[in-house]
Write a protein that binds this ligand. Structure first.
Ligand SMILES: C[S@@+](CC[C@H](N)C(=O)[O-])C[C@H]1O[C@@H](n2cnc3c(N)ncnc32)[C@H](O)[C@@H]1O
Length: 372
């Protein structure tokens, strides 16, 4: 990646030998890490080597009456000023300077401290401008002029305030095994950052579940990123997630894709575990006939902290477990528990975060004694 800040700004790590060499090392490290659970081939899915991030957050730094984008320094305290970034999508990259110029010209930089970008592959962009002051009518008029001029959506945020100019989402199209799915990505909600790798993850996961029978249970479903492509392989899907805005987006995304066999439930994994074990009743489950589900398969995509012990015990009740993880360390910890009853039959590495040491992993597990 040809970048004048490479390694300095904190977003990328300098790696001798470049992208391919780093990926090879990540693969070796993870093959070794998981060798006691899985000794087969690990599929590897590469990222584009630049302009792969569809969302990105920058600080806005004020210096000598001027403003700059900034990132935390990688090695020590302090920041690095950034005027371009080859990680972000082409659409975000070509907007960054124009937006900064417009903010200065319209004089709306006072107490602005953050700029978050979210883009779709077709070029829709929502920018959240984050302030340490209450935003009034004057800000709204000027920000609307910028939004019109640059053909973007702008959200003004400050404490307990959210002003939306246009809309607070972009619509992304993802191509999965030859089919195109539409997703509304909501500002300030979780979305997978690397669209090309995300498409490969969903394709791999969908193929991994193709032979599973019965219904599907999904935990940590977000806005239905996996759920919606999975739905055609199952009669019914029950998908749960803690975030209200993600569940609302998931329901919209189900309609956008004309999918009808999913029930989305806003519930934490901890709550859902209590509900399914009959330990506690929840009003949110009153319209869900849990006994009508014939669940043999569970799909999980937890945050970096992984699953907890109780959720692993719950997942172990199902014959097929598919686990997508953004943190190999917590995946390894959880496999210690899951592999008391199950064995890992396939694994994949997705290079969702190039130029960092992070990777996304996939693991397919089958109850011991069951055939593939
Ligand atoms: C790594 S994201 C995956 C989301 C989705 N599968 C996707 O691909 O976009 C993890 C999700 O877990 C949700 N989450 C975090 N803690 C949770 C909990 N305790 N119970 C349920 N969901 C939780 C987050 O809101 C987030 O949407």
């Amino acid at each position: 990646m040809d970048c004048k800040y490479f390694g300095e700004c904190g977003a990328c790590r300098v790696y001798e030998g470049g992208y391919e060499s780093q990926l090879k090392d990540k693969l070796e490290l993870n093959k070794d890490r998981f060798k006691s659970f899985y000794a087969g081939d690990m599929s590897v899915f590469k990222s584009p080597t630049s302009h792969y991030r569809s969302r990105s957050e920058f600080k806005v730094w004020h210096k000598d009456e001027d403003i700059f984008y900034a990132m935390n320094h990688l090695e020590h305290k302090g920041i690095v000023l950034v005027d371009e970034c080859p990680q972000v999508s082409e659409h975000i990259a070509s907007l960054m300077t124009k937006l900064l110029v417009a903010i200065k010209e319209k004089d709306i930089a006072f107490k602005l401290f953050g700029a978050d970008f979210l883009s779709s592959s077709s070029g829709e962009i929502v920018v959240s401008l984050i302030y340490h002051r209450k935003l009034g009518d004057e800000w709204l008029i000027k920000a609307k002029e910028i939004a019109d001029e640059l053909d973007i959506f702008i959200i003004g945020r400050s404490r307990k305030q959210k002003l939306v100019i246009g809309q607070d989402f972009v619509t992304e199209h993802l191509s999965v095994n030859g089919e195109v799915y539409k997703f509304n990505y909501i500002e300030n909600s979780f979305t997978q950052p690397n669209s090309k790798v995300n498409e490969q993850m969903i394709s791999w996961a969908t193929e991994s579940l193709e032979t599973c029978d019965g219904d599907l249970l999904e935990l940590y479903c977000g806005a239905g990123n996996f759920t919606i492509p999975f739905a055609k392989s199952f009669k019914k899907v029950l998908a749960t997630e803690i975030s209200k805005s993600s569940i609302n987006a998931a329901k919209t995304n189900m309609l956008l894709n004309e999918v009808k066999n999913i029930e989305f439930l806003r519930m934490s994994v901890e709550e859902f575990t209590e509900a399914i074990e009959g330990k506690r009743e929840f009003n949110r489950m009153k319209d869900i006939d849990i006994d009508s589900y014939d669940i043999n398969t569970i799909f999980v995509d937890p945050p970096r902290s992984g699953m907890d012990e109780t959720s692993c015990m719950m997942a172990s009740k199902y014959d097929n477990i598919l686990y997508i993880s953004c943190n190999p360390e917590t995946l390894l910890r959880d496999l210690e528990l899951l592999c008391k009853t199950h064995k890992v039959v396939d694994m994949a590495l997705f290079d969702q975060f190039p130029y960092t040491h992070h990777v996304e992993m996939g693991a397919k597990l089958l109850r011991k004694g069951k055939q593939k």
